[in-house]
Every structure is written in structure tokens, then in C-alpha cells.
Design a protein around this ligand. Structure first.
Ligand code: CMC
Length: 391
């Protein structure tokens, strides 16, 4: 009707209908394809969750075997990608590198841009699921000065990620079942979250019919920001700063409440969850278990728990319904697993990959129109051009 309603941050705007993820922010409910996040985190492995997100149902063993075999058969990354990786300075942030390499894959896989048939779509999907963990591991290893390696076709998807990331030259890497289970759980908990910032980015880029890899590269960039996935790195840096400050949580609480201070309590608050984030509950419990199982005592965990306790009884946080989110405790587990802080958001991207793919696929299959929001113009009225010497 020509009337444009502005909804800053799209707080109350639905951009699509979706069958993938159900979220009730008041009740703290999260389900992928109808399966509760609690049950999936407990019983499933990441690849079967990825399958369910992308194809609608949990796979049979036969479907899973084929899916995994197809992914493995496409997991080789062109050697020239290594040259691109070499050109980055050592100081480059892994998220920038990952986004660039994901985009660069398009050049080596030009057919992935066309998705004229479901077969094309499937091929692009298994390709990126095969190559992305290689890019993740190379991004980390390059920074650490380790040789770039490939995984093993005899390993499961998550075991293979661990091997590619952590295997040292001339050493056989023993996969710890504790670490494998923890990574499975973290990846599952991050696998989708309906129309969040990065997923909406993937959908909107994909809506112009840019290919899957280009859309994912944009999604990775969106995830990088500290208000979104980058919060997991920011949380750990914040907890470290509090520790270095003698554990003075009160000082940081005061900063977070001070409206003249841009500081926010990282890992707190959520656009949709207004009572608790179900993922944070599971991760908090897992952090305790993993550290205990690995025999690690991390003072950061105590600082985090103390901060949570204080925030939960502080009127500022209570009134605004601010609770720990998925990023608050995840970094503590990543760190216990030996993952460097700058890689935390990359791990989030690895987990979110199947969600982005599922949402992109749904968007294309539903033939969504190009995403193109409107605006209300508030600039100058028509005025005359003034020659440069007269301005
Ligand atoms: N610390 C202090 N105050 C906060 C925080 C925080 N972490 N989060 C929100 N607020 C305040 C905010 O200042 C505002 O106060 P007021 O009403 O007085 O102006 C009120 O709470 C509402 O905040 P908002 O920014 O309007 O809420 P939003 O829905 O636009 O933002 C958020 C949600 C997640 C970006 C925000 O809570 C935040 O910046 N949190 C810290 C960063 C973070 O942990 N991000 C991870 C989000 S979960 C995983 C993911 O998406 O990747």
C-alpha cells in the first residue's frame, strides 16, 4: 500500500516462513526440525544433526553413510588455496581469513554457483561440508606455523576435524572421547538459530542468486562481529581482563550498567531469549563436566559463575531480562580443548554451517524473492548543483 514501516534491527519483522528451527524465547525452547536441542545435544552426533537440518529428518544409517561418503569424496581443497592463505599476514584474524577462503572456493568450483537443479544443490552442499573443515584447520595451523594437512577418510566427521586441527608432525593423534563428545555437543548447539544476523545475511545474499559459497562467506563476516558470534572470543578476553584485575567483577558490572560507557557484559543478553538461553544451560553443565573429566582447573570458570550470579540478582539485568547466552561458557570449553581464543568464532562458524546451508536451500527451493528492504528518506530536498569553486 506504499506505507513503509520502519523496524530498526528487524525486531518485529518476519522475513520468511521456515520449517527448520523452532524457537520460543519466552519459554527458552529450541528445536531443530522438531527435535529438542536437549535431546540432540545428549544423543545425536553433529553430522546427523546437519543432515536433519538440511534434509528435514534424522537420517537412516544408510542415508548417513551415503551423505558422509559424498562429503568425504569432495573434501579435497585446491592446492592454490594454500597460496592465498600464504599471502595473509600472520596477524590476520582467522574469521577474515575463513571468509576470504570460503569466497575463494567459488573460483575453484565455478559450477557451485549454479543451482538449477536439486542435484546441483546437493553437490554444492556436500562440497562445502567437505572443504570447510579443511579451511578451518588450515586457518588455525597457518597461524601456528604448523604444516597444512588433510584428514583421514576412515574417521567420523567430527573426529576428522580434531585430527586435522591438532595432529602434530610425526606424531599420531589420539582422539580423546571426552574432547570428541564435547566438540560434537558444541557444534550441535550452534548448528542453527533461525533468522539471526548471519543466517539472514546468507539468505539475503543468496536471494540475489549468488552461489552458496559466496552467501556463506558473507554469513561468516556477519558472524564475526562481537554482538553476534564474535562474542565468544570477547567473553574470554573479558574474563581474562577481570582475572588480571584481581577478579573485580563488581567493576565490570558497574561498567556494563553505565550508559556513558560502551562496554557490555559479553555473553549476556539475547534478542529473542527473555528468560534463559537453553543452549547456555547445556554448555554451562558441559563446561563443568569437560573441565572435570580433563582434570583442568580454570579460575576463569569460577569468575564466569560469579559474574553470572551477580548479574542474575542485579535489577539492571533482571529488569532487561539479560541472561547468559550461548557464548558465555563455550569459550571455556574451547580453551580446555586447546583451541586458541582467536579461533573461537571460527568454531561457531563450523557449527553454524549446516544451519546456513539449510536456510539457503529452503530459501532457494521456496523461490523467495530478492531481499530488498525499503527506507524512509530523511535527507535534503531537491537542490541545485554548485560549482566546486563556489562551495
Ligand atoms: N550488557 C549490558 N547491557 C546490555 C547488554 C549487555 N550484554 N545487552 C543488552 N543490554 C541492555 C541495552 O543497553 C539496553 O538497555 P536500555 O533499554 O537501557 O537501552 C537493553 O539491555 C536492551 O538491549 P538491546 O541492545 O536493545 O537488545 P538487542 O536485542 O538489540 O541486542 C544483543 C541483543 C545480544 C546484541 C545484546 O544483548 C548484546 O550486545 N549482548 C552482548 C553481546 C553478546 O553476548 N552477543 C551474543 C548474542 S547470542 C549468540 C549470537 O547471536 O551469536
Amino acid at each position: 500500500n506504499g506505507v513503509i514501516t520502519i523496524d530498526r534491527g528487524f525486531k518485529n519483522t518476519g522475513s520468511c516462513e521456515s520449517e527448520i528451527t523452532f524457537l520460543d524465547g519466552e519459554k527458552g525452547v529450541l528445536r531443530y526440525r522438531g527435535y529438542s536441542i536437549e535431546e540432540l545435544a545428549e544423543k545425536a552426533d553433529f553430522l546427523e544433526v546437519a543432515y536433519a537440518l538440511i534434509f528435514g529428518n534424522l537420517p537412516t544409517q544408510e542415508q548417513l553413510n551415503k551423505f558422509h561418503a559424498d562429503i568425504k569424496s569432495k573434501s579435497v581443497v585446491d592446492d592454490d588455496i594454500k597460496k592465498i592463505l600464504d599471502a595473509f599476514p600472520k596477524t590476520a584474524h582467522p574469521m577474515g581469513v575463513l571468509s576470504s577462503l570460503t569466497s575463494a572456493l567459488t573460483a575453484f568450483n565455478p559450477s557451485s554457483v549454479n543451482v538449477d537443479s536439486e542435484e546441483d544443490m546437493y553437490n554444492s552442499i556436500v562440497k562445502i561440508l567437505g572443504k570447510f573443515p579443511v579451511l578451518v584447520s588450515w586457518t588455525m595451523r597457518k597461524k601456528q606455523g604448523l604444516p597444512l594437512n588433510y584428514g583421514s577418510t576412515s574417521l567420523g566427521y567430527v573426529e576428522n576435524i580434531l585430527k586435522m586441527m591438532f595432529e602434530q608432525p610425526n606424531e599420531s593423534y589420539e582422539i580423546s572421547p571426552i574432547i570428541k563428545d564435547a566438540l560434537d555437543k558444541l557444534l550441535i548447539l550452534h548448528a542453527d538459530h533461525e533468522q539471526n544476523c548471519s543466517t539472514s545475511t546468507v539468505r539475503i545474499v543468496g536471494s540475489s542468486h549468488a552461489g552458496l559459497f559466496a552467501s556463506l562467506s558473507a554469513g561468516i563476516s556477519a558472524l564475526w562481529g562481537p554482538l553476534h558470534g564474535g562474542a565468544n572470543q570477547a567473553v574470554l578476553e573479558m574474563l581474562e581482563a577481570i582475572k588480571a584485575d584481581g577478579g573485580d567483577t563488581k567493576k565490570y558490572m558497574a561498567k556494563a550498567k553505565d550508559k556513558n560507557d560502551p562496554f557490555r557484559l559479553m555473553g549476556f543478553g539475547h534478542r529473542v531469549y527473555k528468560n534463559f538461553d537453553p543452549r547456555a544451560r547445556i554448555i554451562k553443565k558441559a563446561a563443568d563436566e569437560v573441565l572435570n573429566d580433563l582434570g583442568i582447573e580454570d579460575p576463569i570458570l569460577d569468575i564466569a559463575k560469579g559474574l553470572e550470579q551477580e548479574a542474575l540478582s542485579d535489577p539492571y539485568f533482571v529488569d532487561r531480562k539479560l541472561y547468559p547466552n550461548v557464548d558465555f561458557y563455550s569459550g571455556i570449553i574451547y580453551r580446555a580443548m586447546g583451541i586458541p581464543v582467536e579461533m573461537f568464532t571460527v568454531m561457531f562458524a563450523l557449527g553454524r554451517l549446516p544451519g546456513w546451508i539449510a536456510q539457503w536451500k529452503e530459501m532457494r527451493l521456496n523461490k523467495e524473492p530478492i531481499g530488498r528492504p525499503r527506507q524512509v528518506y530523511t535527507g535534503e530536498n531537491l537542490r541545485s548543483f554548485v560549482e566546486i569553486e563556489n562551495r
